[in-house]
Design a protein around this ligand. Structure first.
Ligand SMILES: O=C1O[C@H]([C@@H](O)CO)C(O)=C1O
Length: 556
C-alpha cells in the first residue's frame, strides 16, 4: 500500500430492504439502509478500508470496486469465485486498497445477479488538494444510472438458467441516482403519454434529484452506468456537453448534444449554464441498442434564478433511434486520449481472438467465447492458482482463436452447441496482450447485439473498432498514437474491437460482458498473470472450497 495515504474507514452493511425507487414498492439490495449505497469520496493515494458485513439472511455477497486496478491487493477486487470467497451471512470482509488514479468510478455486487438487485453506489477519487484537473469547473454533480425490473433478481436468474429459457425482457424503469417514475411521468403535460403527470410534494423516494445550478457557471457532471442491460443516451435540453473523462482517464475534450453510455462505463462532461435562466431544462436518459420498451428517465436542471417547480417549456430531448448504430459508433470513436496520455507499446507479444456467440448447451441458451461458456468454480482462482490446487478448475486453457471460416453473419447453425468451462488465460508478467473481440450473429434469426466488455485489474488501450470479421492487415489501422485508456469497451453488431494492455498486475482478473444476464449466461473469461508474485492473501478471502480445506488442515 502506498506510503502517506490517508486511511478512510467505511462500515458497509449489505441487506435487502423495501424501497420505492420508481414509486412502486420493491425489495432492493442496499447498504446501511440506503439505496443506492453511500457515495465513497477519496483522494488519490488514500487507502480505503471498507468493512463489509453481510446482513442478508440466506446468501453470500461481495462488492467489486469498478475501475480500481487493485495493484498489490488482488484479493480486494470483490469478485466471488475469482478473487475471494463470497462473504457468508453474518460475516465481515475487510476490503483494503489504494485508490491511485483520480476519476469517476462506482462499486457494485459481483455475485450472482446482485447488481441487478440494486447493490451499487458511487466511488469518486479526487486529486490531492492543491492539484488541479486539466479543465476548469465551478461545481459538480454525480449521476449514477441504472435500470430496474419488477421481477426479482432471483426470478430473473432462475429464468435465464431454465429450459425453456426465460429472457428478463426490458427494464420497467430507468433510475437516476436510484430514482425513477413508473406510474407517472414528470413530462406528461408535454409528451404523448397515457401516464398521469407526477405530483411530488418532495421527500418521496421516487422524486427526482434536481440539479440546481447558477447561471454562467461550468459544472462537471459525473455519469456512471451500472445498468443490468440498458445502453443509455443522456441529454440535457438546450445544453452542450463537453466530454473530458472516460472510465477514470482524461480524454481529448469534445462537445456533443448527448452522450451514449454503456453499462460499466463512466464519463465526466462539462456543462456551461449559458441558457435562458428563466427556464428549467430536462435531463433525460433513454434506451439505445435494443428496441426500447422503457420510458425515459428524467430529472430537471434548475436555474436557481427561478423555482425548481417552474415547468420546462419544451418536451424532453428525444433519445436517438435505438438502432442507428452509425450514430453510436460515431460517438464512441470520438473518445480519444488526451494529449500526454501514455500510449501503447508499438507491438504486442500475444494476440487473443475472442469470438462472442450465443449458443445452446444441452438445450440451455448460453453465451460462449471461442465456444466456451464460463461457469465459475467453487474455489476462487486467486487461491487455487497461487497454491497450485489443480483440481480446482479446468487445467486446459481455453482457445486463443476461433476457426477462420466461422460465419459471423448467420446463426451458429454448424456449431450451435458450446461447452461449459472454467479454464484460464495465463499471461507472463508484463506481457503485452492484444485482445480482438469479435461479434457475431445471435442464436436465432438475423441480428447481433452490443456488448460492453469490462476488464478487471487494468485499463486497456482501445486500438480500434472495425466492421465484419477481423482480418490480416486490420492491425495496420490500429490507433497507436492517441488510443484512449479505458476499462470498458463495446463491440458493435457484427463488428470487432481491438484492445491492448500490459499484463503487469499480479492477480486473477475477470474480463466479461457487463450486461448482468449475459455474464450470468457465461459471457466472460478469466485472465491470470504473475500469481506467484501475489503477496499474502488474507485468510478471509480463502475460507471456501479447496482453499478453505487447506486452512482447516493447517489447524488440525
Ligand atoms: O441473451 C439474450 O437472450 C435474449 C434473446 O436473444 C433470446 O431470447 C436477448 O435479447 C438477449 O440479449
Amino acid at each position: 500500500l502506498s506510503v502517506g495515504g490517508r486511511v478512510r474507514h467505511y462500515k458497509f452493511d449489505v441487506e435487502y430492504m423495501i424501497k420505492t425507487p420508481d414509486c412502486l414498492e420493491h425489495v432492493v439490495m442496499g447498504i446501511n439502509g440506503q439505496f443506492p449505497g453511500p457515495t465513497i469520496r477519496a483522494q488519490v493515494g488514500d487507502i480505503l478500508h471498507i468493512a463489509l458485513t453481510n446482513k442478508l439472511s440466506t446468501e453470500g455477497t461481495v462488492i467489486h470496486w469498478h475501475g480500481i486496478r487493485q495493484f498489490r491487493t488482488p484479493w480486494a477486487d470483490g469478485t466471488a469465485s475469482i478473487s475471494q470467497c463470497a462473504i457468508n451471512p453474518g460475516e465481515t470482509y475487510h476490503y483494503r486498497f489504494t485508490v491511485d488514479k483520480p476519476g469517476t468510478y462506482f462499486y457494485h455486487g459481483h455475485y450472482g445477479m446482485q447488481r441487478a438487485a440494486g447493490l451499487y453506489g458511487s466511488l469518486i477519487v479526487d486529486l490531492p488538494k492543491g492539484q488541479n484537473e486539466p479543465f476548469h469547473y465551478d461545481d459538480e454533480f454525480n449521476l449514477l444510472l441504472s435500470d430496474l425490473w419488477h421481477t426479482s433478481s432471483h426470478e430473473q436468474e432462475v429464468g435465464l438458467s431454465s429450459k425453456p429459457f426465460r429472457w428478463i425482457g426490458e427494464p420497467q424503469s430507468l433510475l437516476i441516482n436510484g430514482r425513477g417514475q413508473f406510474n407517472c411521468s414528470l413530462a406528461a403535460k408535454l409528451v404523448n403519454t397515457t401516464l398521469p403527470q407526477c405530483n411530488f410534494r418532495g421527500g418521496e423516494q421516487c422524486a427526482p434529484q434536481i440539479l440546481h445550478v447558477e447561471p454562467n457557471k461550468t459544472y462537471r457532471i459525473r455519469i456512471a452506468s451500472t445498468t443490468s442491460l440498458a445502453s443509455l443516451n443522456l441529454a440535457i435540453s438546450n445544453h452542450k456537453l463537453v466530454v473530458v473523462e472516460a472510465d477514470g482517464n482524461y480524454v481529448q475534450p469534445f462537445a456533443v448534444d448527448d452522450i451514449d453510455i454503456y453499462s460499466g462505463e463512466t464519463y465526466s462532461v462539462l456543462l456551461r449554464t449559458d441558457q435562458n435562466p428563466n427556464n428549467n431544462y430536462w435531463v433525460s436518459i433513454g434506451v439505445r441498442g435494443r428496441l426500447p420498451k422503457t420510458p425515459q428517465g428524467l430529472t430537471i436542471l434548475n436555474y436557481k434564478t427561478i423555482s425548481a417547480s417552474v415547468f420546462p417549456t419544451s418536451p424532453p430531448p428525444i433519445t436517438p433511434l435505438w438502432n442507428d448504430f452509425e450514430r453510436s459508433k460515431s460517438f464512441t470513436k470520438k473518445v480519444i486520449a488526451k494529449v500526454g496520455t501514455p500510449q501503447p507499446p508499438k507491438f504486442s507479444d500475444r494476440k487473443v481472438f475472442l469470438l462472442n456467440t450465443q449458443n445452446l448447451v444441452d438445450g440451455f441458451i448460453k453465451w460462449a467465447i471461442n465456444n466456451m461458456s464460463l461457469a465459475l468454480p467453487p474455489t476462487p482462482y486467486l487461491g487455487s492458482i497461487k497454491f497450485k490446487l489443480n483440481n480446482a478448475f479446468d487445467q486446459k486453457p481455453p482457445p486463443e482463436k476461433f476457426p477462420q471460416d466461422y460465419d459471423i453473419f448467420n446463426p451458429p447453425t454448424k456449431n450451435p452447441n458450446a461447452n461449459i468451462g472454467n479454464g484460464v488465460y495465463t499471461f507472463h508478467l508484463d506481457e503485452v496482450v492484444d485482445v480482438i473481440l469479435q461479434n457475431a450473429n445471435q442464436l436465432n434469426g438475423i441480428g447481433s447485439e452490443i456488448h460492453p466488455w469490462h476488464l478487471h485489474g487494468h485499463d486497456f488501450w482501445v486500438l480500434g473498432y472495425g466492421e465484419g470479421k477481423f482480418k490480416d492487415g486490420d492491425e495496420n489501422k490500429f490507433n497507436l498514437t492517441h488510443a484512449p485508456l479505458r476499462n470498458t469497451a463495446v463491440i458493435f453488431p457484427y463488428g470487432w474491437t481491438a484492445l491492448r494492455f500490459k499484463a503487469d498486475n499480479p492477480g486473477v482478473w475477470a474480463f466479461h460482458c457487463h450486461i448482468e444476464p449475459h455474464l450470468h449466461m457465461g459471457m466472460g473469461v478469466i485472465f491470470a498473470e504473475g500469481v506467484h508474485k501475489v503477496g499474502k492473501i488474507p485468510n478471509e478471502a480463502l475460507t471456501c472450497g479447496l482453499t478453505g480445506k487447506l486452512l482447516v488442515n493447517k489447524r488440525h
